[in-house]
Ligand binder design. Sequence first.
Ligand SMILES: [Cu+2]
Length: 117
Amino acid sequence: MLRPNSNKPRMPARAVAGCVFGALLFALAAGSARAEVIRVKIEKLAFSPQQISGHVGDTVEFVNADFVAHTATARNGAWDVMIAPNKTASVVLKAAGDVDYYCKLHPNMTGRISIAK
Ligand SMILES: [Cu+2]
């Protein structure tokens, strides 16, 4: 009994295994490339979400939806970026730990990033 598609060419099992193995190797090699981009929106003089967590190597992208400029300034001096109105600025997380940050122009604007290794 023939199934309607039984004459469809099939991928040999060995090739399938090779693909799976290759994908696994790629995933291992790309271990440090799992870096993520974490988006923090700035709206109505506030960072949102106010608290985020990430890993060393991740990028935090600050998206300023306000009509005024802001900064994202780490209290430990790790980074200090200006974000113009309707613009985006990024920082790469380089060390583990909790980083408190604020806006130099509006010091009531604060946020925190918990960075794991
Ligand atoms: Cu500000």
